[in-house]
Design a protein around this ligand. Sequence first.
Ligand code: CP3
Length: 342
Amino acid sequence: MKAVRRDSLYVRAARGENTQHAPVWFMRQAGRYLPEYLELRAKHSFWDAVRTPELAAEITLQPIRRFGFDAAILFSDIMTPLPAMGVDIEFAPGPVINEPIRTIRAVEALRIPEVEEIAPFVAETVRELDRNGPVPVIGFGGAPLTLAAYLIQGGGSKDFAEFRGFLRAEPAAAHALMDKLADVSIRYLSMQIEAGASAVQVFDSWAGLHGAEVFAEFGVPYLQRILSALASYDVPRVYFALHSQHLIEQVAALPADVFGVDWRRPISSYRSTFGTRTIQGNLDPAILLGGTDLVRREVERVLVEGQGGAHIFNLGHGIHRTTPLDNVAAAVDVIRSFERER
Ligand code: CP3
């Protein structure tokens, strides 16, 4: 494991320092709103790009070169470690599971691969980025509950009804699945840290679909296990759950160092819940579809509300595919020139 770039603005803020300037990166900063990404994607499929370290590293750095973000999130997907478990996944453009997991037998058939077998190209990409990249690399994985949503539903969905039904109808099979996903997640995230990731983020994009009791039963124990297993690395652990305001007490009790929040509540309203831990967020990505004046005004509002503790500027969810590049540049410009009160 290499130095984790402790002196970088992003890592300092992630470790709880109330920095003078907020570091900034955007979820999905590498992707389809960038012409240079689209150009590469015209020649390579999404999976091929993810699985080829030179391409994945190049795509990871595209938004850094263009906008000067403070951190580079590995170009990959939350589904990347799952083929090693024996799951067949395609992208169209979201993940499609040809044989959704709907029985205890299907869960039992899933392998727990050795760490070397889990997406070895990811370790190579992270090593390359750590060696030659200008900013810290954020490794990431999906939370078991969010990975299971895709595996059981079979693909993206607006409410994941089959998945939510399965949790209630087949709790033993659901726990067995979550258990395996947690084991693989620990190996996969550890591997990224050992390869040089300066932080790891756990994406729990669909946690908010559940009520507090279901999240307590099927989400929290596995998140606890994963985040605790990573504690000894002394690398910031970031937890992001969209639309999770009703789960906030349980979220705040997780052993994470940084909490990603969406735009539904101002950052200032979370400070008493998260204490001295860092908050990451929370511009509504839809704002970046508006005019530059709106962007500048709303970015400043988020910066003002983010004062009073450590803040990493980000969006409340991934950047939209039709985002004008000038708006991203304007947002970064406002963030760079904003002196935070401490
Ligand atoms: O943030 C980044 O720049 C890093 C790359 C990244 C991708 N997916 C690339 C991607 C990250 C961090 C993810 C995580 C991911 N993947 C999540 C969690 C975050 C979130 O957005 O809630 C989820 C739920 C997925 C599953 C997934 N993969 C979906 C829903 C899609 C379709 C997305 C879309 O924009 O239509 C994908 C495919 C995917 N993952 C693309 C990219 C750039 C689009 C692929 C393409 O080029 O066609």
